[in-house]
Design a protein around this ligand. Structure first.
Ligand SMILES: *[C@@H]1O[C@H](CO)[C@@H](O)[C@H](O)[C@H]1NC(C)=O
Ligand SMILES: *[C@@H]1O[C@H](CO)[C@@H](O)[C@H](O)[C@H]1NC(C)=O
Ligand SMILES: *[C@@H]1O[C@H](CO)[C@@H](O)[C@H](O)[C@H]1NC(C)=O
Length: 562
């Protein structure tokens, strides 16, 4: 065993903080989505968050949320507008409540209207609905509010629903055979039935879609769009802003093909409140419809009655985003760059604006009004550990360690490479004084076990958990090893832990370790509680010079009035 005099040298070098280019940092296939970007989810603890597999925030103020756990339980919370939580008790709740009725059913598609009403399709192809029903948008033949989920079965018996879409007050479902069904509010023909009478139960959208196989459906507030398997797009319903892209602004009571997209094979369509966008299989982006907020990204605010190509000079687009309750648009490119435009926190952004977001969902969390989710968010949790998580896990692991410290007779297992990478002190130590043949135990006698262990753990985790009294020892260590961030962390811990009983010891420590900011803080605390701190044991133990200093300073700031 060798005794290493840890305090022999102290190299204070500036930390290297080379900035990573943004493009590199976001160049990943599967971006981790963080539901806590939506305020509704910010109250949740790590365990609850880890249980979430899918989530959707909705409502006119983004005040309602639904999520599905890894065990296929469905939870809801938020404001109980129009009974849209479906809990059956008509109560708002800040604490998530389970919808027992849907327990164990695997959700494949979920969407919301403005009422709001909710549509949910399961893996078995069953369709459930609840919430606002003033226009029969629940599709069960009535206009009674759905206080709890109801199975929508009329005309869908033996059909397997794979995807759902909602406008403000109308509903659509796509089946596994490519049939489109629509029901609910129909003032502008958005149900595609050929009339403007509200549709109380699901009705197949036929006419020119009759012999087509639809592969995707979306709704604007009062319009509807479908993509069929050859990449053609059909639209029906309200067209006052040109959102059907037909070259005119007349409402359509039955589906019409978007001839403006002739020759293109559309892969994804999205609709905002009154605009629409299509992404082709070659990564080209087209937009049409309302443009009051610049949501088409054309550089001006004039509506477009036919599709116009946007983001033309940019690289291939791989995803587009919009949703019927917002005027916001977003797109993601092949290299992972995310653009946003349209209404962004009240501003009208008329040209696609490059952001540093990693996914289009974040645009909606941070800039849409209301900040709802544009799709049912999938949160993938796999066994994968990040570099940070892996490092944290390996701290003090004898199986992978190649070095151990002995402090107060106890061992702490570490990895030379990690210490070298993370701490200048160790880098120098291993480079200039280290002999590989030396025994792989380093004895430490200047610091206590909890202090030294916290220091090494900090090198693996970036964080410190210590009571304030031990944080003083760690502050000492951080000062001698020139670990400035650690020094600051210790000072925070000490400040948060100051009480009358320890105030004087903390003050002496601050003076001893040259932590001016902390000294000032402890001094003020002592002066504010002068009578009490002078009755503590710590006060009587402080050394004479420090005491004189303290009395002198305290009197200068008026602690002793006469
Ligand atoms: C829940 O919403 C329904 C419909 O909007 C309303 O009738 C009921 O009073 C609400 N309950 C509470 C506790 O807000
Ligand atoms: C339809 O749903 C409403 C709301 O839950 C309910 O009151 C009504 O009884 C249902 N009607 C049918 C025919 O299922
Ligand atoms: C707005 O932009 C579109 C697409 O670039 C263009 O066709 C149209 O003429 C522009 N309108 C005005 C008023 O500048």
């Amino acid at each position: 065993m060798i005794i290493w005099k840890t305090l022999q040298f102290c190299l204070c070098l500036c930390p290297v903080t080379a900035a990573l280019p943004a493009a590199l940092a976001t160049y990943c296939e599967d971006t981790m989505v963080d539901v806590t970007k939506w305020p509704m989810f910010s109250l949740m603890g790590p365990q609850e968050l880890a249980s979430i597999r899918k989530a959707c925030v909705f409502g006119s103020s983004a005040n309602e949320a639904i999520y599905i756990t890894n065990d296929d339980e469905v939870f809801v919370f938020g404001l109980n507008c129009s009974n849209c939580l479906g809990t059956g008790d008509s109560l708002s709740t800040i604490v998530p409540k389970k919808l027992d009725f849907l327990s164990g059913r695997k959700v494949v598609s979920l969407t919301y209207g403005s009422g709001p009403h909710i549509l949910l399709a399961t893996e078995d192809g069953e369709l459930f609905a609840w919430g606002h029903n003033g226009y029969s948008q629940l599709g069960n033949g009535t206009t009674n509010q759905g206080v709890a989920p109801v199975l929508v079965s009329a005309n869908l018996l033996n059909k397997k629903v794979t995807e759902v879409a909602c406008g403000s007050h109308h509903s659509m479902a796509l089946t596994d055979t490519g049939e489109v069904y629509a029901w609910g509010y129909n003032n502008c023909g958005q149900v595609g039935s050929g009339s403007t009478a509200n549709q109380p139960t699901p009705r197949r959208v036929s006419s020119c879609l009759q012999n087509k196989v639809a592969v995707s459906i979306v709704c604007g507030q009062t319009s509807s769009l479908a993509v069929v398997d050859n990449g053609e797009v059909y639209g029906w319903g309200y067209n006052g802003n040109g959102q059907l892209g037909l070259g005119n602004n007349g409402n359509q009571l039955t589906p019409c093909r978007l001839v403006g997209l002739q020759g293109l094979c559309v892969q994804q369509i999205v609709s905002g409140y009154a605009h629409s966008m299509a992404l082709t299989d070659e990564g080209l982006l087209y937009a049409w419809g309302a443009n009051t907020y610049g949501q088409l990204g054309t550089g001006n605010k004039s509506n477009q009655l036919s599709p116009v190509q946007i983001l033309t000079e940019k690289e291939r687009i791989v995803e587009i985003a919009s949703c019927h309750s917002t005027h916001t648009s977003a797109a993601k490119t092949q290299s992972g760059q995310v653009y946003m435009w349209g209404q962004c926190r009240g501003q009208s952004i008329v040209l696609p604006h490059l952001t540093h977001f990693a996914c289009t969902d974040d645009v909606f969390a941070c800039f849409a009004t209301p900040s709802v989710m544009w799709r049912l968010l999938s949160v993938e949790h796999d066994d994968f550990l990040t570099v940070a998580q892996s490092l944290k896990k390996e701290f003090d692991n004898p199986e992978t360690a190649d070095l151990k410290f002995c402090v107060d007779g106890k061992y702490i297992y570490v990895h030379k490479a990690v210490l070298k990478i993370r701490c200048e002190h160790f880098r120098s130590m291993f480079q200039s004084h280290w002999n590989e043949d030396m025994k792989e135990v380093i004895e430490i006698d200047q610091f206590s076990y909890p202090v030294y262990r916290s220091f090494l753990e900090f090198l693996y985790t970036d964080s410190v958990e210590l009571p304030p009294e031990d944080a003083i020892g760690l502050l000492d260590l951080a000062t001698s090893y020139c670990e400035n961030r650690l020094k600051r962390l210790c000072q925070h811990i000490i400040k948060r832990g100051i009480i009358v009983e320890n105030a004087f010891s903390l003050l002496s420590a601050a003076v001893r370790y040259d932590a001016e900011d902390l000294e000032e803080f402890c001094f003020k605390f002592c002066v504010n509680h002068l009578t009490e701190v002078t009755q503590t044991a710590a006060f009587w133990q402080i050394d004479g010079n420090l005491l004189k200093d303290f009395i002198c300073r305290a009197s200068r700031c008026g602690a002793f009035k006469n």
